[in-house]
Design a protein around this ligand. Structure first.
Ligand SMILES: [Zn+2]
Length: 380
């Protein structure tokens, strides 16, 4: 699992005068042996750079250290990522490698800071979910992120009223009131903790598990800013010890939430488009918007692969054609122009949402909201 702390460390990476090498390489779980040679292909150019005498000696030495460190890391066993990103500045003693759940374009960047745009774009699509399993006296907290669940430190256990209190001779309604009071105090303590975590951006959404009849009462105690992050609830015994069961239930909540969000994004984009607003629908229009850096958010039908053409000179993208209408050079054919579009949008700082839900996007393949209206298409 990609830890939030790791991403923070990468975002803060600085060379302070030395280069930071960022390297992204696709990983095909069905062809693991191809990975080292893909990495090597990228490193080839970095090796040339490390020999370039126009670069300062310390920088060259640091780059050489980066290359060695990555060559080592390539040998590591990997489960099933779609891509691996390496960030290294050996001269400053920093190195990170992260496995990404989506594929990215192979490439490297040498700069003062880590080049994180593809990393952030991939992670944007995954919601960090805080899972709370609660009853009237206890609460446990979990983090669910990219199919993995980890229990957070600090279970809460507040006082509840137990049988001996009856023996103490309290009248029934007094007992009831006291039990209610303790439960409320407990729910408030849990709400406060979630509120603090939300302020620290420790999660995006919340899934609440417990007895069906107790959950609504707890939800009533959440402040509005926390309440609006509750993606859903699930039924589970508050003392459930099977982490796998908690994970599956919470994953269903996240899944439903994500599909609903996709539905909403598609609906909003199509509405904006049909009312003449800043949006485009359909692959051909999105390719042109992507090639002109006009895309704000791209919606892509998940797992759709379509061939097309690319101009490596100016980034022109199209479904077909032999010659670039912008620069007249020959176009490169690609088996997946949708992916080229995704990468172009990420490169230009736009966001991408893959849509798995059943929406009208199945028919359109792509749709996008725009930052500005792209110039007229040169082929038209
Ligand atoms: Zn061109």
């Amino acid at each position: 699992m990609l830890e939030v702390e790791t991403v923070d460390r990468i975002l803060r990476m600085r060379g302070a005068g030395l280069p930071v090498l960022s390297l992204y390489v696709r990983f095909d779980p069905a062809d693991r042996r191809a990975f080292p040679s893909r990495v090597d292909e990228q490193l080839h150019e970095v090796r040339l750079l490390a020999k370039d005498s126009s670069m300062e000696r310390d920088s060259r030495l640091s780059l050489r250290g980066d290359i060695e460190r990555i060559e080592e890391a390539v040998q590591q066993e990997r489960l099933h990522p779609q891509a691996v990103a390496f960030f290294s500045c050996s001269g400053r003693g920093v190195f990170e490698d992260v496995e990404l759940p989506r594929s990215v374009r192979d490439r490297y960047v040498v700069d003062e800071t880590a080049w994180v745009r593809p990393l952030v774009a991939v992670l944007d699509e995954y919601h960090r979910c805080r899972v709370v399993v609660i009853d009237r006296g206890r609460a446990r907290f979990f983090e669910l992120y990219q199919d993995e669940v980890v229990e957070c430190a600090g279970r809460l256990r507040d006082r509840t009223l137990r049988k001996p209190d009856y023996a103490a001779g309290m009248r029934e309604h007094t007992v009831h009131n006291k039990a209610e009071l303790l439960a409320k105090r407990h729910y408030r303590a849990v709400a406060e903790r979630l509120d603090e975590e939300a302020r620290r951006h420790e999660f995006d959404i919340i899934a609440v598990g417990g007895h069906d009849h107790e959950i609504p009462e707890f939800l009533d105690h959440l402040p509005a800013t926390v309440r609006e992050r509750v993606a859903g609830t699930f039924s589970v015994h508050p003392r459930e010890d099977d982490l796998g069961r908690i994970r599956r239930r919470a994953e269903q909540v996240v899944e439903r939430y994500e599909r609903a969000e996709e539905q909403r994004l598609v609906t909003e984009t199509l509405e904006r488009w049909s009312s003449g607003g800043l949006a485009v629908v359909g692959l051909a229009e999105c390719l042109w918007a992507g090639a002109t850096a006009a895309v704000n958010q791209l919606l892509v039908q998940d797992e759709v692969v379509l061939p097309g053409t690319v101009c490596d000179n100016d980034g022109y993208l199209a479904v077909e054609g032999d010659r670039c209408p912008v620069c007249r050079r020959e176009l490169r054919r690609t088996p997946d122009v949708v992916d080229e579009l995704v990468q172009a949008v990420i490169d230009e700082g736009g966001s991408v949402e893959h849509v798995a839900a059943d929406t009208p996007l199945r028919e359109h393949v792509t749709a996008a909201t725009l930052r500005f209206r792209p110039p007229p298409h040169p082929a038209v």
